[in-house]
Design a protein around this ligand. Sequence first.
Ligand code: HEM
Length: 181
Amino acid sequence: MYGLVNKAVEELVVSNFGEEKWELIKEKAGVDVDVFISNEAYPDDMTYKLVGAASEVLGLPAETILVVFGEHWVLQTASKSYGPMMKSSGTSFRDFLVNLPNFHTRVAMIYPNLEPPRFQCTDVTENSLHLHYHSHRPGLTAFVTGLIQGLGKLYETPCSSKTIARKDEGADHDVFEVTWG
Ligand code: HEM
């Protein structure tokens, strides 16, 4: 994954737990990188190891870290560094989710070797939809839960999401039932 992902993990840890904990996490993960370069590709394995080590060092389940990271990604990384791109992708929570399937096409203009997730919306009503999440990467269901929560906060729209199908339980892909309003 591009360096901006690892950079965001670093920012999340450092701002909440301090520099020392981050150094410990990197050491435990066997990651010997001083500065992550946003537009440089790093092995996915490095990101997984960082999350695993963060879970051990901070004493939090990896799922919790992924949920919090999803929120942080939307509210800090995306909103602050890519504000115009986020704004142009929808004026409401519902709009943003409906446009999400096209979102990473634009991200790929900045990061040409992106291997993005694929989203699809079905069963769309005024206050609910099913969000389908396809990826070749395992274990990121909780990250998507956090992303949805973050978007709810960004649009000041109280929302909830429930995983109604999971790839790690044998389904073809993850499906989230999202409701709001
Ligand atoms: C401007 C904002 C965003 C940028 C710059 C961005 C960029 C990226 C990058 C660089 C990756 C790593 C993949 C790679 O390097 O090949 C990624 C992965 C991912 N992004 Fe985004 N993204 C943004 C917003 C979002 C939003 C709003 C969502 C969903 C609500 C989202 C969902 C995901 C997911 C689930 C992954 C994990 C990869 C996978 O599942 O295979 N992203 N994104």
